[in-house]
Design a protein. Sequence first.
Length: 133
Amino acid sequence: GGQLFNSGGAGYVLNRAALRLLVSRLDEPACGPKLKVFAEDVQVARCLATASPPVVPYDTRDELGRERFLPFTPQNHLTYRVPKNPDWYAKYSIGLKEGYDCCSTRAVSFHYVKPDLMPRMSALLYDCRLEAS
């Protein structure tokens, strides 16, 4: 099978034991200490998965199978449709949902959000108010 990992571009959630294990293994060859890659979330997953015993990703989707850790902005997720020739997102996703079913109402993070959009998203998602800018 392929590499299993949680999209981590916008941040990580690790328990203390997993974080200690990751830090203790950073110099091991399986963890690629000299690699220069843009997909560090894949490398973190590989590092943890090759530990003994292995640490594997947890399914972080909500009870309806909607994602909580999302690689795009909410707008991009709402309009995303799986292409005929699946892209990296479709290939890496399990049970990918489209349209309004894409995202959990308890989403934790969105990646690739520009700084000027962040306070507006925070206001809409957490404060239920729209601030004029």
